[in-house]
Design a protein around this ligand. Structure first.
Ligand SMILES: Nc1ncnc2c1ncn2[C@@H]1O[C@H](COP(=O)(O)OP(=O)(O)OP(=O)(O)O)[C@@H](O)[C@H]1O
Ligand SMILES: [Mg+2]
Length: 225
């Protein structure tokens, strides 16, 4: 699904990420850890075709990022749901409208999808907040709304950037259970997180692997995390 082949990234200075080789298979569950500023968000951006590596290659669903047209990128992005680190809602639209936005933008705003939307809101526990505006939401509600928006188009891959960054333990567990459920449905999951407690809980429930950015490179962490 996601393949890195000696991929590197530099924002202009020296390389932030170097010589990364990795293959994320369909249906797998990965965490991505590393200190603040290590490049987790940057790596995720390459995984959803927002950044092209400055050296080496990244392939998404078998297609090399370097050879993709705008249409190819749009097609690939439809298969990838992203929960951004800062959520990025349109504050003048309701929670429901924000979650439905990918449907509207992709021209798939059909009645059947509207029914799914209700189900999805219930699944993330936000039925009662459908008409609220994003600034009125708590941190945990925002994260769940962001997750709902990320999966509305039924993507194959879900990338979540610190999805439990601003929430308490109970809420982070709840979010994790949602991600585990998605993985059980066959979705490929990649979560950037500092939260070792969360990672340990996940590892006790699913076969989760842990990637770590260390010294600009990516490594698979051992079993004793
Ligand atoms: N658009 C940009 N232009 C220049 N430098 C950038 C840009 N975006 C990020 N950086 C720098 O690249 C480095 C890695 O940033 P990135 O956001 O990928 O780290 P991170 O591991 O996600 O950190 P955090 O845990 O704090 O979210 C940081 O030093 C950051 O300042
Ligand atoms: Mg980050």
């Amino acid at each position: 699904m996601i393949e890195l082949d000696q991929a590197a990234y530099s924002y202009g200075g020296g390389e932030l990420l170097s010589d990364m080789t990795l293959s994320i298979a369909k249906g797998s569950f990965y965490f991505l850890t590393g200190p603040s500023g290590a490049g987790k968000t940057t790596l995720l951006k390459m995984c959803y075709a927002d950044l092209v590596p400055t050296a080496g290659n990244v392939r998404l669903f078998g297609q090399n990022l370097r050879n993709m047209t705008r249409d190819d990128i749009a097609t690939v992005r439809r298969r990838i749901g992203v929960v951004h680190q800062d959520c990025q809602f349109l504050d003048h639209l309701s929670v429901l409208e924000n979650i439905a936005l990918p449907l509207v933008v992709s021209g798939q705003d059909k009645l059947a999808d509207r029914a799914n939307l209700k189900e999805l809101l219930a699944w993330v526990g936000l039925s009662k907040r459908a008409n609220a505006l994003p600034p009125e939401l708590s941190g945990g509600e925002r994260q769940r709304a962001a997750l709902a928006r990320a999966i509305i188009l039924s993507p194959d891959v879900i990338l979540a950037d610190e999805p439990t960054g601003n929430v308490d333990w109970d809420m982070s567990q709840r979010l994790l259970q949602l991600l585990i459920e998605l993985n059980k449905m066959g979705k490929t999951i990649l979560i950037a997180s500092h939260d070792l407690g969360l990672i340990r809980t996940a590892k006790s429930q699913v076969q989760a692997r842990v990637l770590r950015i260390y010294n600009r490179r990516i490594q698979l962490a051992g079993a004793n995390l």
